[in-house]
Write a protein that binds this ligand. Structure first.
Ligand code: ZN
Length: 143
């Protein structure tokens, strides 16, 4: 079904048959996409892809402190290709979709607004991907 796109070969640098940690992480996201961008087991959660960055958008959460929410509680509004908009303060970012999977994980949304609250970069350390930076958040701002 899927044909190789003409042009320079873009393949995983770590494996040849999509069995490495990175490939398995993203093959799971492809399965969500192929199921209609449905998050397994919880229809209140939606999946957004913006400029080849992958997000899991959980419902607005007014009970937990911001530090326990995705992206530090930053409020983001996504507009999906079907015109639906979803605003959440509990968005998880999985980071950049690898080039060799982008044709199977096309963008489905744009970000139309986000709060300026929070000090973390929007595209900071990615959830679920090996990184040593996950705990190296910037020092607290002096007040
Ligand atoms: Zn791989």
């Amino acid at each position: 079904m899927h044909r190789t796109i003409a042009g320079p070969a873009v393949t995983c640098p770590d494996c040849k048959n999509q069995t490495c940690h990175t490939c398995r992480f993203w093959l799971e996201k492809i399965s969500w996409h192929e199921a209609g961008d449905a998050f397994p087991g919880d229809t209140s959660i939606v999946v957004a892809r913006v400029d080849s960055v992958h997000f899991v958008v959980r419902p607005m959460n007014s009970t937990l402190p911001a530090r326990h929410l995705g992206l530090g509680g930053r409020q983001i509004t996504f507009r999906f290709d079907d015109g639906q908009t979803v605003t959440s303060n509990d968005v998880m970012c999985q980071g950049d979709i690898p080039a060799w999977f982008r044709s199977r994980l096309p963008d489905n949304a744009v970000i139309v607004s986000q709060s300026t609250a929070g000090s973390r970069a929007l595209f900071g350390p990615a959830e679920g991907i090996d990184t040593d930076q996950a705990t190296s958040a910037p020092a607290e701002e002096s007040r």
